[in-house]
Design a protein around this ligand. Structure first.
Ligand code: FES
Length: 182
């Protein structure tokens, strides 16, 4: 009688060990699975076409171009100031705005606005843009990229969907008239 009891105890302990190992493995896998699926979950949560607040229109005087920042939606609490992005807001008249990406259309350096000359200038390779964002001179092959924007309840918003870059297919179409691989 002793031998079968020992055997069944051993079998039970083995099963218990496998069960506990399974639980521990599942607990350890949670952060790994969470990390792997976080981009999908975040993309759904953020939404592609959210509007981001740039502030009341009153803070952008007519006829001037002002520096502005906005908070990205896809942020973590510990991101701090790194979650802020910058842009240039040009107010043409009471209702008409242009919102430019701060990045140069050449290789992405941040451009600066010089109100005296009414030009945007890039410090990296000397790219220059007119006040309406059109290319003036230098290596950039096109003007500054613009954010879609809207005014609602006296506030200016821009669309958070991905901003074009020099490599975006639609940007290439604008440059060459057709897709390079078409
Ligand atoms: S990055 Fe602006 S001119 Fe090259």
């Amino acid at each position: 009688m002793t031998v079968p009891e020992n055997l069944s105890r051993r079998a039970m302990l083995t099963k218990l060990g496998i069960f506990l190992n399974g639980i521990i493995a599942a607990i350890l896998a949670i952060p790994v699975v969470g990390y792997l699926f976080s981009p999908v979950v975040r993309a759904r949560k953020v939404g592609k076409d959210a509007w981001l607040l740039l502030g009341p229109v009153a803070q952008y005087p007519t006829g001037q171009t002002r520096f502005a920042t906005f908070r990205n939606l896809d942020v973590q609490p510990w991101d701090g100031k790194t979650a802020d992005s910058a842009c240039w807001v040009r107010r043409i008249d009471t209702q008409t705005f242009q919102v430019f990406a701060i990045n140069c259309a050449h290789l992405g350096c941040p451009v600066r606005w010089f109100p005296q000359s009414r030009l945007f200038m890039c410090p990296c390779h000397g790219g220059v843009y007119y006040e309406d964002g059109a290319r003036a001179s230098g290596p950039p092959e096109r003007g500054l990229f613009e954010y879609p924007h809207k005014v609602e309840d006296g506030k200016l918003f821009i669309k958070s969907s991905a901003l074009q870059t020099p490599g975006s297919p639609s940007a290439l179409v604008k440059l060459s008239g057709k897709l390079p691989w078409a």
